[in-house]
Design a binder for this molecule. Sequence first.
Ligand SMILES: [Zn+2]
Length: 279
Amino acid sequence: MSRRRFLLSLAPALVAPAWVARAFATAIPRASAVPGGVARVGLGASEQPPRVRLGSDRVLVMREGDEWIAFVGIGLTAKPGSKLQVEAEQAGGSLERFEISVAPKAYASQHLKVPPDQVDLSTEHLARYERERAHLSEVLRTFTDSPPATLSMLQPAPGQRSSSFGLRRYFNGRARSPHNGMDIAAPAGTPVIAANAGRVIDTGDYFFPGRTVVLDHGQGFLSLYAHLEAIDATVAQAVSAGSVIGKVGATGRITGPHLHFSVYLNAVAVDPALFLRDQ
Ligand SMILES: [Zn+2]
């Protein structure tokens, strides 16, 4: 092959597509110290990563250049104007405290009138719901020491993303828990992929979320996929980013097929949009 032809054949690979340029231009996750957001706390350049806690929950710490950065998930229930105390313990034992001021963020509200028998659970369903809630909250507290390779995520199914994270719903005037994930519109049967590399830590068929898979990406960075028609993953299985873990469905208490996608840091749900590239 002549030198000229060789250079020509290389040329397409050297010109990065627009999405690659964007990928490097925007830091993921986009930091915002609001309820449902992620705060970045710079921890300096020690040799070993500091151990960071928010209350009793461990916080994800990653190296960026020379510095350690804590990525602190802020719960949707955090009060704007309040301050969160983060504690960083260096390998030598010294403690440093950081304060995060929670900024306000307005999430939409939705008021619905529904027949009471659709909102009031039977004693049996209530008992099942309480049991599953306790189990899932235990699962969502998982913290493993190895850090994720990246905090950037793939959209787990093709389709329109709802911006309904944080939506406050009222049924017959009574507040429900705010929506803690992103809904992606996709027909039943559409493959669902792992948004990041990790390990399957839970699968189940639960009352509200239906068939569900939870992945651990390391250091409390978790993702949850709900309402699945089928689960193609087993607990303890390692998955790579992009591998199929199930199919979109309409299981659980919903009216039509879609994928519910939640992301957790230090046991609180944070806005999945912060971890995805723009569409
Ligand atoms: Zn949802």
